[in-house]
Design a protein around this ligand. Sequence first.
Ligand SMILES: NC(=O)c1ccc[n+]([C@@H]2O[C@H](COP(=O)([O-])OP(=O)(O)OC[C@H]3O[C@@H](n4cnc5c(N)ncnc54)[C@H](O)[C@@H]3O)[C@@H](O)[C@H]2O)c1
Ligand SMILES: [Zn+2]
Length: 713
Amino acid sequence: MADTVTESKSVEALTEAEARAELARLSEHLSGANIAYHTEDAPVMSDAEYDALKRRNAAIEARFPHLKRSDSPSEQVGAAPAEGFGKITHAVRMMSLANAFDDEDVEEFDRSVRKYLGAPGEIAYTAEPKIDGLSLSLRYEQGRLVSAATRGDGEVGENVTANARTIADIPQELDGAPEVLEVRGEVYMSHADFDALNARHAERGGKTFANPRNAAAGSLRQLDPEITRARPLKFFAYAWGELSDPLAETQMEAIHRLAALGFQTNPLTKRFTRISDLLAHYREIEAQRATLGYDIDGVVYKVDNLELQRRLGFRSTTPRWAIAHKFPAELAWTRLEGIDIQVGRTGALSPVARLSPVTVGGVVVSNATLHNEDYIQGFGSKGEVIRPDETGQPKDIRVGDWVQVYRAGDVIPKVADVDLARRKSDALPYVFPTTCPECGSDAIREEGDAVRRCSGGLICPAQAVEKLKHLVSRGAFDIEGLGAKQIEQFYKDGWIKEPADIFELKENFGPGKIQQLKNREGWGEKSALNLFDAIDARRDIPLAKLIFGLGIRHVGDSSASLLATHYGTWQAFETAMSQAIVGTGDAWNDLLSIDGVGEVMATSLVTAFHQEAERASIDRLVAHLNPIEAEKPKNDSPVSGKTVVFTGSLEKMTRAEAKARAESLGAKVSGSVSAKTDLVVAGPGAGSKEKKAKDLGIEVIDEDGWLALIGDA
Ligand SMILES: NC(=O)c1ccc[n+]([C@@H]2O[C@H](COP(=O)([O-])OP(=O)(O)OC[C@H]3O[C@@H](n4cnc5c(N)ncnc54)[C@H](O)[C@@H]3O)[C@@H](O)[C@H]2O)c1
Ligand SMILES: [Zn+2]
């Protein structure tokens, strides 16, 4: 869905027809996302994506006001109450908040307030954390709690009175309150309670929540109040609805009044008269974000004087007197608790940051990558400084530091920056280990390699497990029912230590011992038998998948295909690898003659076959298999020796099929168009590659043209 934002035209360039169509699409997207987020407590996109779509919608509406739809997302607050709950019509509408994303937006907010009021002198604002929970309106009559309602669509909310009564922070009775008082605020869940709740659910095999906000919303919006009671919810009061008497003359005093009545109010609420002080407070709150113990997603500024608030009033869904200054959705600061070293399949030692958990872009992050040794020191892959301090020196990262975490979409979060001002004076530079933490072997960093590697080979348990996981992965043996999780379990139990053990599993743990597997969580007799069948089915394995599955460094799936087509049979391949000597001889030269095989890969291959333990492991595995001969390329085919690029969608074959077929005919398949490309096969939706081919004068044909060319039509 991000495509709608990133890949669409600039708003200025839209034609009227395009604008109309896009507004319709955005309205549908956003209302779907709203229901998922507010009604189902299960968001389908990140908040940053949602906010970006909403801004684009507003920008299009601003340019084409007459196209604004009657169901415009700009005019909506939240989502209508869910089925099952009683409904409560709010005496005073519940609103949303306008957003500011940077300092300039905040200054603009101040200017617009002043302009609206006719440029008065000093204006005071309050600044307080924006709690990331869900809002709740509590109605008190004669000091007694009579009803509680969620925001719903702002007009009508869900009746959650019985649920609200189970929350300790919500007083049932008030002393000295106005006759009618609606107190509004945020229901939220602390990090500690969230972790404990998720751990309890995970233990029972139940569903876990993505973040504390979802957990709070899912816990309050329960049809059975006893479930709510069992969930540790909290409440901060920060606003009010209907009132029989005013609470105070200013926002700040009103908050003090609510505190005096027995509500929790946020201790970081402060009052300022200068915008620069508001912004300084924003940064102060941002710096404390990870240690507050609950999620916040920004800072809310409100005009302090309630008479001015009244004069400013409301737009359709937001007050003119307040704004939410959001934290960047994809960035958050937190403490680096430690650095763990993970060992991969090829022995690479990867540093992983262990973080004080922090919610970034709607997901709780407690691990992030630190890439490699140089990255920790502040250097990029070419030795350049990637995190300069004021003097241009690299900022290194130390355990105990405050670090900035970046997370976008589904990519692995990474540590992006470090705050030297908050570094403890006794923090020591990080020393990258020179031995493998898993097996104690030397970890060696070769000239020109950013990565340090364990030299333990198969004696290293970490490498062994990762190699096994690779063997059963999708591009390789792809054994159904035997994924990374099962491999780890079997390895721990000593059932599978090396690849051949997979194919001996049935003999060793077959019918007689099936009981052992059955007793495992997640396994029954049927799934055990299915697993043995799935393993048996893969004894006939295409040569390319076998070569790829061996997990030899630098040998990816397309290189494995090249090797398979070149050698044809396992015997030929194995003989060649055994005979080859790195750097010299016929077998070596033959290997290097394969288009796409370079010295690095060739060395890695030959070394693997000459390394005793590794070789023994390969032989043991292959003894259980019947490798399927690879189709020899036809040298006389019309495409042999040509470099072909497939782009766009293919309708008569999958990409993988097309690629395999082309390769079997002796063509080389490439992913990108360059001067070396001979032919581009473009299906519907082909974009930049087709254009580039045309620019370069390369022949472009469609799928049918391709099939005709290779004689498959
Ligand atoms: N990911 C999604 O699919 C999706 C869908 C809908 C909405 N959202 C997210 O929800 C938010 C928009 O929803 P919204 O309309 O509720 O606006 P909002 O959450 O940005 O702001 C309004 C709300 O802030 C809350 N709030 C917290 N602390 C407050 C304080 N101190 N003072 C006043 N209000 C305070 C109140 O509950 C109020 O209703 C955005 O962050 C958006 O990204 C995400
Ligand atoms: Zn090791």
